[in-house]
Write a protein that binds this ligand. Sequence first.
Ligand code: PHB
Length: 391
Amino acid sequence: MKHQHFFAGCLAIAATALGIGSTGAQDTIKVGLVMPMTGTVGAAGQEVAAAIKLYMAQHGDTVAGKKIEILLRDDGSVPDNGKRLAQELIVNDHVAILGAGTTPSAMSMAPIATEAKVPTVVMISGTSVVTERSPYYVRTCFTLGQQSGIIADWAIKDGSRKAVSVLSDWAPGAEAGKVFEQHFTAGGGQLLETLKVPLANPDFAPFLQRARDLKPDTLFVFVPAGQAGPFAKQFAERGLDKSGIKLVGPGDIVDDNDLNGTGDSLVGVVTAGFYSAAHPSQLNKDYVAAYAKATGGKRANFISVGGYDGMHLIYEALKKTGGSADADKLLAAMKGMSWESPRGPVSIDPATRDIVQNVYIRKVEKKDGEPWAVEFAAFEAVKDPLHPAAK
Ligand code: PHB
């Protein structure tokens, strides 16, 4: 521990000596991204990287007189790599700003960002506590809690009373399950069982069989980005799509990146999510078209907007500071910022540094032969319900 503290202290001194984050005098501002480009959640890092590239192609690579240079590092979906890569980006590459990806990696990077005073935009992690781990963390993606309570309330209204949860076994899954259970039982429902599926190489079949044997009226499922496709396949193979059991969840289970390959198996599924490629605003239509063009035809998904908006936040904050990358000035500029995202209106809660956004209820419908998550109700300006400030 002592050794770690000493090292982190050196980081802070090195950063100060180099004038990083303090003078804003350099002509180039380096942004270090630590993303899962490979491994268990490799799809997510690639989606964030594609969206950031798109943002910069649309807005240029210069802001407030400073050239923006992106340094992208692959953490391989391994938590501890996040910490090492963040250290290297700060000490060797002198980045002024960091972008963090998934929960475990963002957690491991937090002490480094704090000690070196590096503003860090969290672009994938959906676990509540992450933003509390560093005063330099600001989140532009989502939390699972934001979506899971809303879908529980909707299910109760829709007549659900006996549910089984099937959750990917890591922090965001635990939070999704916890908030769903709180709302579902408060509404008079009963949670029959919680089934935890391993994060890596999941085989959903035995869990789905067990869930079916429990005879629930509703199945609440969380699988992370990149797993909606395999999940939908096994869901249909078990005949669950025709079983009369209602499938609900946060938006992750109808990830637009996978949805188009799921045929009819998720048609009719209702989720609470903050982003759908079918969101009807003009801004989103343009975003979806531009993302598809830039990626060889891929659908923009909920992960991509965390990166796109993350870059927007960095650009707008730099405009406000007049190009200064001073950490405290950037943080002050980011807090309270609001803008129109492809997902709808969003803001950064100045008290928690977390994203405040609309959560939509959506039903999977086929349009022109393709399944889309079509929004039919909206809850406005939803905050993370698990943050201590929400209580
Ligand atoms: C997370 O890192 O917390 C995370 C990643 C992918 C998801 C949801 C949450 O789909």
